[in-house]
Design a protein around this ligand. Structure first.
Ligand code: PMP
Length: 301
């Protein structure tokens, strides 16, 4: 474990990885990504959002890679890392499991594996409060027949990178990928929700999506707000007539969509999207008594 850097403001971490590192060539790694906040009422305390879920998902990713790394061990390392670094601003942590051996054949056996974690300051990632534009990608979300999509396997992100750059080159902010059945899967690093007639719809976990933790949070929050949530396959053409669309993920939180291809998404006052955004902010600021178990305090003193 290499968690010795003291660097929350830049990507310039002290860790160096050899050019022959297996994961670099074959994508045999898995990443986590979680947010933390400095407690506004008590700056000597940091708050990690849904730490247990993030650690469990990373531990599951490790299992796919035949690496035994229990969730409670990842959790202890993460807490220790935050204690050592004493963040002063909202931050993002990137724990990473990878084949650190130098073998030249893609495999998961007989190869050394390792774990590191680094962090950075992270405020809002989408500086477009009125919404982002999305393109339906020509690239398809991989199928679970090709790789375990419930893990955040690093090699899988080539598809996201292709889709994102394709969308960017065409003047859009983000891409929506369809799955092998032609149904809506997700964005390049975010899950998707749509509102139609007052109900929230999102593709189910059998639709080749990542089991996003923000997605899960939104479903719980919506339920408590009395908004019905339906998990079912979504057609591309349904997005064109949706009342609201938003993307969600740890880094972006809740990002409203204002245009999809050349179809505008209506901008409504008092939208379900904005209710959920406000709720999520209140929760992460510790203002919501119902969600205290989503917040993991870390004493920085
Ligand atoms: N899908 C993909 C492909 C992602 O990389 C992410 C970001 N981790 C998400 C969805 C959203 O997941 P989460 O809410 O857990 O960050």
């Amino acid at each position: 474990m290499s968690g010795e850097n003291r660097c929350f403001d830049t990507y310039e971490v002290g860790l160096k990885i050899g050019i022959a590192t297996h994961a670099l060539h074959y994508g045999t790694g898995a990443l986590g990504g979680l947010r933390g906040y400095v407690d506004e009422t008590n700056p000597s305390q940091a708050i990690l959002f849904r730490l247990d879920r993030h650690c469990q998902r990373l531990s599951n990713s490790a299992r796919y890679l035949h690496y035994d790394l229990p969730a409670d061990k990842i959790q202890a390392i993460t807490i220790e890392f935050v204690k050592q670094n004493k963040p002063t601003k909202p931050f993002y942590l990137r724990p990473f499991i990878y084949s650190s051996g130098l073998g030249i054949a893609p495999r998961l056996h007989d190869i050394v594996q390792d774990f590191f974690i680094y962090g950075m300051s992270l405020g809002e990632t989408f500086a477009k409060p009125n919404g982002i534009s999305c393109r339906i990608s020509s690239w398809q979300r991989q199928s679970d027949l090709s790789l375990p999509l419930r893990g955040k396997i690093s090699g899988a992100y080539i598809t996201s990178a292709l889709a994102k750059t394709e969308a960017y080159a065409a003047g859009f902010d983000e891409a929506i990928l369809l799955n092998s059945q032609g149904k809506v899967a997700e964005a390049t690093g975010m899950n998707i929700f749509m509102v139609r007639q007052g109900k929230l719809f999102t593709p189910g976990t059998d639709q080749d999506i990542l089991e996003g933790i923000t997605r899960d949070s939104i479903m719980v929050m919506a339920g408590k707000l009395g908004i019905e949530v339906v998990e079912r396959p979504i057609d591309k053409s349904e997005l064109f007539i949706a009342d609201e669309i938003f993307l969600c993920g740890t880094a972006a939180k809740i990002a409203p969509v204002s245009r999809i291809e050349n179809y505008l998404v209506p901008q409504v006052a008092d939208s379900i999207t904005s209710k959920l955004q406000q709720e999520l902010v209140a929760i992460t600021q510790g203002q919501h008594p119902d969600y205290q178990d989503w917040l993991n305090p870390v004493d920085l003193q």
